[in-house]
Ligand binder design. Structure first.
Ligand code: GDD
Ligand code: MG
Length: 331
């Protein structure tokens, strides 16, 4: 099988996850023990041998994280001076791409097996193959319709619910011929979904539908849902979450980083603790993500929360459904 390259888009601002994304880009928030980005890269086809990370916002954070935690494949960080959008980011990051290459949104996690999808792409030819997942409400996503040959006949980004042409949404993982790059204008912000895709359909873009599990980790509720899905569907042969919390009552699944302590506390289920997290005695943490250096005072309760690095929860407080960080817009 010839080698294939991949482009992973991670340049967005993560506005729906503020204030946590003032501190950490969305794709570096840990879910089930490793960043969303790593889960997204874990789903790439096995033929992929190198990755370009199309970065904009907080590119330094990606560079630093990858230096401390090298991925199993080489990852090249490509920067944008100004935000180029999903299309512009792809064009900027696709230098030296193989034909075909893989494109993935770095905030998506799912059970899609991209090996058969790559075979499907090779069989069907055409300019590209996009993956689709069926959901109840497709309005926050890209929505498509295809014909009997699986050729996409219509694609609309974020349609109103009433006018969505189907319930099959762009799952954010696709395979393209390098000729797609000729259809993306250079040097400015371009939306792949709104501006480029509708014009490409005549050239043959195919839909690869899959079922199972999928999530876009773009809002606090979806991020926590993504974490539950990842804990419930470990990808064999890739990453397995670990937890080491002596003296704590651990209700699995739980993932904890280095030097975290929770003596006398209850942790789980569905919890990720970063490095150096401290949870006081009698505290309870459930269905949450606590990033590096976060602290929960004794007797406090934290449920369905995302807490940024170093965030402190006061003793005996009761937090639910919150996304909190020390950082603000000017930090
Ligand atoms: N390099 C770069 N530059 N990346 C960007 C930029 C940019 O200017 N803007 C967004 N991205 C990255 C985001 O960081 C994210 O990883 C990915 O591109 C998708 O952007 P989102 O902002 O998360 O888009 P969305 O979730 O609203 O919609 C997209 O994903 C859905 C599936 O999750 C679209 O592709 C939809 O069609 C799709 O259904
Ligand atoms: Mg998204």
């Amino acid at each position: 099988m010839p080698e294939v390259s991949a482009v992973v888009l991670v340049g967005g601002f993560g506005t729906r996850l503020r204030p946590v994304t003032y501190a950490v880009p969305k794709q570096l928030i840990p879910l089930a023990g490793q960043p969303t980005l790593f889960h997204a890269m874990d789903m790439l086809p096995s033929a992929v041998s190198r990755i370009s990370l199309a970065c904009g916002y907080k590119a330094d954070a990606f560079e630093a994280y990858l230096q401390r935690h090298p991925y199993r494949l080489p990852v090249r960080v490509v920067r944008e001076a100004t935000p180029l959008g999903t299309g512009g980011g792809l064009k900027n990051g696709a230098d030296g791409a193989t034909d075909p290459f893989v494109l993935v949104n770095g905030d998506v996690i799912c059970g899609l097996d991209m090996d058969p999808m790559l075979e499907f792409h090779r069989e069907h030819g055409g300019m590209g193959t996009m993956s689709f997942f069926e959901v109840e409400d497709p309005s926050p996503y890209g929505v498509a319709v295809w014909d009997d040959d699986r050729r996409i006949t219509k694609f609309v980004e974020k349609p109103p619910k009433e006018s969505a042409p189907s319930r099959w949404i762009n799952a954010g993982a696709s395979i393209w011929s390098t000729s797609v790059l000729d259809h993306i204008p250079g040097g400015r912000e371009v939306s792949l979904e709104r501006e480029v895709l509708p014009k490409l359909l005549d050239r043959g873009v195919y839909g690869f539908a899959f079922r199972g599990w999928w999530e876009d980790a773009g809002t606090p509720a979806r991020l926590l849902h993504a974490q539950r899905l990842l804990f419930d569907h470990p990808r064999t042969g890739r990453f397995a979450p670990k937890s080491h919390l002596p003296g704590a009552r651990v209700v699995p699944p739980v993932a904890s980083g280095r030097d975290s302590e929770a003596q006398g506390a209850t942790v789980g289920r569905y919890v990720t603790l970063g490095d150096r997290v401290r949870i006081g005695p009698g505290a309870t943490v459930e269905d949450s993500i606590l990033m590096d250096g976060a602290e929960v005072g004794q007797g406090a309760t934290v449920r369905r929360c995302v807490l940024g690095p170093g965030y402190h929860v006061a003793p005996r407080s009761d937090l639910a459904d919150q996304c909190l960080a020390n950082e603000g817009p000017s930090a």
